[in-house]
Design a protein. Structure first.
Length: 301
């Protein structure tokens, strides 16, 4: 039996980084290498695989069907490699990590934190569940290390867009719309991306509205909605019992979608931070994939 050749793990990691960062130039910047060095790695990878994994798309490159397969396997290989190293080395790694997440994604945290703690039992985790604007400010001011944020899209080496999340109108069964009167809204503070999107879409549709209730917290917002004070714009994830999509309210404009971004402080690095980022990304995958499939099915009908 002929001896098998071995793929280079560093090259596979470059492929993943290039895809996730949006191109070879972005991968070069992130990895601290020259664009020519990155291109040479990808050329050698194609030679090792025996087929083209990139195709021209405008001025840039896109993955071929074979490239998509290679990317999928690369992620799996690297995940096993990183998991092995984390398991062997993580038990002795001490320190702390500060993680932020909006309430919309709170349901993914137990599994993420449990797995992280099993890999790094001596690491202290500082968890922040806050609004998206507050999370962005905390990242910029170095009060937290990394955070999942909705609606703050940036092309930056410290910001990775993970997918898109649909917004919906939310209300309770107690809400009664009054025809001919401005639409009552229940909202969070002025910096809330959901409040901003709702106001923009209503104004574009020439639908008058008024702020019927405001709250500094999601609990307060939920109380206002459950009391029938108005409608709001949210993601539709982790809604309290009694609240649901307000699809029965005819005439409300579509809210579209917002990007889900993983933000990292400029000086946030190390294997523990990388693993936390990977766990968050992996946990969010099924949620964002479901949204993507639903949007595609709707567009085809």
């Amino acid at each position: 039996m002929a001896a098998r050749s071995n793929l280079d793990l560093d090259t596979l990691r470059t492929l993943v980084v290039a895809h996730d960062r949006g191109g070879l130039a972005q991968a070069a910047e992130h990895l601290g290498r020259t664009p020519s060095a990155i291109s040479l790695q990808m050329k050698r990878l194609q030679e090792d695989l025996g087929m083209a994994i990139f195709r021209k798309r405008g001025r840039g490159l896109a993955l071929t069907e074979a490239g998509e397969v290679a990317l999928s396997y690369a992620r799996r290989v690297l995940e096993l490699n990183d998991e092995l190293l984390d398991t062997m080395q993580g038990a002795n790694l001490a320190g702390h990590i500060r993680v932020g997440c909006p309430q919309d994604f709170a349901a993914i945290l137990p599994s993420v934190l449990s797995e992280f703690a099993s890999l790094y039992p001596r690491m202290q985790i500082e968890l922040h569940i806050e609004g998206n604007a507050a999370l962005v400010a905390a990242i910029e001011e170095a009060r937290i290390d990394l955070a999942v944020v909705i609606g703050r899209h940036e092309r930056s080496t410290n910001a990775q867009t993970l997918g898109q999340l649909d917004l919906v109108w939310i209300a309770s069964a107690n809400f009664k719309s009054t025809h001919g009167q401005p639409l009552p809204l229940a909202v969070l503070g002025p910096g809330c991306v959901f409040r901003t999107r709702a106001a923009e879409r209503l104004a574009a549709a020439n639908i008058p509205y008024r702020i019927a209730a405001t709250s500094a917290s999601l609990n307060g917002l939920s109380a206002a909605l459950l009391g029938g004070l108005g409608v709001t714009a949210r993601t539709g994830l982790n809604l309290p019992e009694g609240l649901d999509s307000a699809e029965s309210l005819h005439g409300l404009p579509a809210l579209g979608s917002l990007p889900v971004v993983l933000r990292r402080h400029a000086h946030c690095n190390g294997v523990a931070a990388d693993r936390m980022a990977s766990l968050l990304t992996h946990a969010l995958g099924p949620i964002l994939q479901t949204v993507h499939k639903r949007r595609n099915s709707v567009s085809k009908t």
